[in-house]
Each structure stands twice: as structure tokens, then as C-alpha cells.
Design a protein around this ligand. Structure first.
Ligand code: GBH
Length: 477
């Protein structure tokens, strides 16, 4: 059973919904640049208008209230607040005003704001000025000042902070796979030449230290008076062994999770070094932490683990244990959606990388709870449904209803297993700009008609409150 005070709601991210990309003084971010490349890397789409949430936020707040949400996870656009991004650059008061209206509108409806500082939209000016996350010293200083400004201006009302969303994505998709900005690498998709054997690992460390600076700042200067909580949201699929009878595939599954999740969770959640498996494979290409940096990590202690969970896969070790290629970032394994016997990890969704695997969600929650010993808030969970054509198909989202119900059941079971899980956010409040997939994939619980920007609640949006409350303990007061 879930406790009566279980936190729940919906999540979004600034670039995916706001639009108004050049309005009221907002500066461009690396996602504006990336989504305007020719040829397109984003399905021909961009976030110029998106869901036009910037102008329609009152309506969206009303939807949250209608759905009965207790909380709402949003992200701030750094370049709307500081258009050029840097610590000596001017503040855009119009941007502050927009977020004040949003925060006040949530509080007026009794909805708790959960605010993410960085959901991938680095100010373009910082990319141009010093290469963004590749200049660890500069970007840490700029991120800390941006965080300070947010705590100062919003922290009287915002008591739940997420520093970074999915730093793995920024490192790997931005610096190896080239599916996200700045898209540095060597392949045919690369937007700029980069070194995929070193840059992702360097950028990962930059992100970890920027997170730590922002979290330490909150702990030392703001938490004592503002009294909120701070954490980070990490992604990572759960991995099962491809051949469950082969101990080497069990090791491969564990190693794969260490490479994605442990990379960030060891330093951020435990103030510890990277997983041993990463050290062993990457050697000096994985930049070590100094003693002073470990001290910073300890002072940056977080209050919770933000978990983004969508799917699971199978991991298979490589026959004969060949050395990993220098461009490997998965832990020298092969990953599959079917096991040795052809059994799928779960039902197909509306996007190739996601199959519904609720049983793995239970295992994932238990594993993370045991390993990192922090209360877990599931900061994202959701799916696009298969086979949607018309608006009616989208609204009658039976696949999503089952996905959500089964994942909530798994969450309850994980709690029964002893995992500490304190909250759950469905991704997403509304259909939105799904990064490299553009508007072609719909993760929303609210349907968006992109021609008219009209919002229509899908069935799941109207059912989710009941799904949660039905799983809540009735006895506890
Ligand atoms: C989250 O990321 C994001 O935080 C959110 O903004 C996004 O809208 C949501 O999930 C839905 O995608 O290239 O085929 O190998 C999801 C994390 C990790 C999902 C990497 C896709 C690789 C897919 N992602 N993953 S593939």
C-alpha cells in the first residue's frame, strides 16, 4: 500500500512545452539551435511554439487541478532567466515573472511545485563562449550562479528541487551518439567533430560537479532557512541477463546498469567514485575525482533519488570477452529486447525503444533503494501507445491505462519488498516536443492538437488519481 502522504502528479520540461522561444527576452538554448539544423535531426520539428504553454499555462494549471494532481514537476529554461547564461550576464526579469506566475498558480491550486533546474537546454551563448559542458570550471561557476538566482527568487515557495535531469543523456547523446546537442562525435550524424572516446566521460564529470555545486549551495545557504529538499533525476533501464543460466550474462546486466546509472549515482547519491567496472574498462579516460572534489560531493548530500523509468532490456556478454572498443559506453555488452529464447521483455509501445516491463520496475526500485539508500521519487514514468491514428485513438488510451496501472502495482510491490518510494510523476502532463522524435510521438496524458493547440484530456488523465488513491492505505491518518 502507498502511504496517505504519497506524492504524485505529472511532469514536463521547459523546451518540450513552452514555445515562445524568442519572446520576452528569452535567449536561445542549444536545443533551439539543434532543432533548426538542416537537414533536421528532430523529425523536421522544433520547439518554437511547442504546446504554447508560455501563453496557455493558466489552462494547463486548470488541467492539473481537474486531474487532482498533488504535485507538478516542471523545468526552468535557463536562457529565459539568464539569456546569455553566464554568472556576470544580466537577468531577464520577464522570465522570472513567468515562473513566478506559474509557481503562484500552482500554489493557489494546492499543487506542490517540483522544479528541475536543467532539463538539457543549455544557453547557446555558453556553448559558443567556452564549449558548454566541455569547460568544467566555467560551466560549474555559471550553473551555480543560475541555481543561486533560482533559490533566491523562487525558493520562498519552491521546496522541491531537482538539479539535473538525466545527465547520462547529455553526455552520451550529446557527445557520442549525436542524437542531441551539441552532437559532437565522428559518425555521419555528427554536428561537429569531437572525441567520443574521452568527451562523454569528461562532460559527465562536469555535470556531476555542477550538480554538486548547486546542491552544496542549497544545503549550506538556503536549506537552513527555506527548508526544502534537493536531489537529481537519473535515467537507466533495468537489465535482465539474456541467458538467465549464464553467470556471465548476469554480470553483463549488472555492468550495463553500472555504466549508465552507477556512473552518476555513485558520486551524486553516495559521494563515491565511479563503479569499479567503469574504472576497469575506461582507465584514465574516466577523469578521477580529487580529494577536494570528494569533499564537495559529501557537502552536496542529496535528499532523494529521482528515478526516471520507462523500460528494461536484456544484456548479453561478448563471447570470449574481447576488449571493449574505445567508443563503447555500455560496458562491453550487447543489448536486446528479447532473451535467448525469443521472449520479449514486454509489450511493444508506440516507440521502438520502449516496451512495458513493470516486473523489472519492481526489481529496479528495490535495487536502487538498497544500493543508494535514499527515498526514491519516480520523477518520470509513461509511454506512447501503439497504433494511434485519430484523436479518438489517442484519447481512448487503453495501452497507457494498463501501463500506468501495472507500474503502480509494481511500485506497491516494491514498497512491500522494503523499497522506500515516496512519490510518482507520470510523463507527461501533455503531448509535447519529444526531442529527436519531434511531435511524432505522444507521451502525454493530455492530447494536444498541434494545429489548434487545443487540449483534450485522455482517459488516463481522468483515471490516474483513482489509480493512486485505490492503492493508498486507508487506515493511516
Ligand atoms: C526522458 O528521457 C526525458 O527526461 C524526457 O524529457 C522525455 O520526453 C521522456 O523521457 C520520453 O522519452 O535512441 O532508441 O536507443 C528518456 C530517456 C534514454 C530514452 C535513452 C531513449 C535511448 C533510445 N531516454 N533512450 S534509442
Amino acid at each position: 500500500m502507498l502511504p496517505r502522504d504519497f506524492e504524485w502528479g505529472f511532469a514536463t520540461a521547459a523546451y518540450q512545452i513552452e514555445g515562445a522561444a524568442a519572446e520576452d527576452g528569452r535567449g536561445p538554448s542549444i536545443w533551439d539551435t539543434f532543432s533548426h539544423l538542416t537537414p533536421s535531426h528532430t523529425n523536421g520539428d522544433n520547439g518554437d511554439i511547442a504546446c504554447d504553454h508560455y501563453h496557455r499555462y493558466e489552462e494547463d494549471l486548470d488541467l492539473l487541478a481537474q486531474y487532482g494532481a498533488k504535485a507538478y514537476r516542471l523545468s526552468l529554461s535557463w536562457s529565459r532567466i539568464i539569456p546569455l547564461g553566464g554568472r556576470d550576464d544580466p537577468v531577464n526579469e520577464a522570465g522570472i515573472t513567468f515562473y513566478n506566475c506559474l509557481i503562484d498558480g500552482l500554489l493557489a491550486r494546492n499543487i506542490t511545485p517540483w522544479v528541475t533546474l536543467y532539463h538539457w537546454d543549455l544557453p547557446q551563448a555558453l556553448q559558443d563562449r567556452y564549449g558548454g559542458w566541455l569547460d568544467a570550471v566555467e560551466v560549474q561557476g555559471d550553473f551555480e550562479r543560475y541555481a543561486r538566482l533560482c533559490y533566491e527568487r523562487f525558493g520562498d515557495r519552491v521546496k522541491r528541487w531537482v538539479t539535473l535531469n538525466e545527465p547520462w543523456n547529455t553526455s552520451v547523446n550529446g557527445y557520442i551518439r549525436c542524437t542531441e546537442p551539441p552532437g559532437r562525435g565522428t559518425g555521419p550524424n555528427a554536428c561537429a567533430p569531437g572525441d567520443p572516446t574521452t568527451e562523454p566521460w569528461f562532460v559527465g564529470k562536469s555535470l556531476i560537479l555542477a550538480h554538486a555545486r548547486a546542491a552544496r549551495l542549497y544545503n549550506v545557504e538556503f536549506k537552513p532557512t527555506q527548508g526544502g529538499l534537493i536531489g537529481a533525476s537519473l535515467n537507466g533501464d533495468y537489465f535482465e541477463p539474456w541467458d538467465s543460466s549464464d553467470p556471465k550474462d548476469h554480470e553483463a546486466a549488472e555492468r550495463r546498469m553500472e555504466f549508465c546509472l552507477g556512473w552518476f549515482a555513485n558520486p551524486i547519491m553516495l559521494a563515491q567514485d565511479y563503479p569499479a567496472a567503469m574504472r576497469a574498462q575506461l582507465g584514465p579516460r574516466l577523469p578521477p575525482f580529487t580529494e577536494a572534489e570528494f569533499t564537495l560531493l559529501r557537502e552536496a548530500e542529496v535528499d532523494f533519488y529521482g528515478m526516471n523509468y520507462y523500460t528494461a532490456q536484456f544484456a548479453r556478454h561478448r563471447a570470449g570477452d574481447p576488449p571493449a572498443p574505445d567508443t563503447d559506453y555500455l560496458g562491453n555488452i550487447d543489448e536486446y529486447q528479447e532473451d535467448k529464447n525469443g521472449v520479449s521483455i514486454g509489450d511493444l509501445s508506440g516507440i521502438d525503444w520502449l516496451r512495458a516491463a513493470p516486473a523489472c520496475f519492481r526489481k529496479h526500485l528495490v535495487r536502487i533503494s538498497n544500493k543508494y539508500r535514499k527515498p526514491i521519487y519516480v520523477t518520470e514514468n509513461g509511454c506512447p501507445c501503439p497504433g494511434e491514428v485519430t484523436r479518438e485513438d489517442c484519447v481512448r488510451d487503453t495501452y497507457r491505462q494498463r501501463y500506468l496501472a501495472e507500474h503502480l502495482d509494481a511500485l506497491v510491490e516494491a514498497v512491500g519488498d522494503g523499497a522506500e518510494v515516496a512519490g510518482y510523476f507520470a510523463w507527461s502532463l501533455m503531448d509535447n516536443f519529444e526531442w529527436s522524435s519531434g511531435y511524432s510521438v505522444r507521451f502525454g496524458l493530455t492530447y494536444i492538437d498541434y494545429a489548434t493547440l487545443e487540449r483534450t484530456p485522455k482517459e488516463s488523465a481522468l483515471l490516474i488519481r483513482g489509480m493512486i488513491e485505490q492503492r493508498m492505505d486507508r487506515e493511516e491518518s
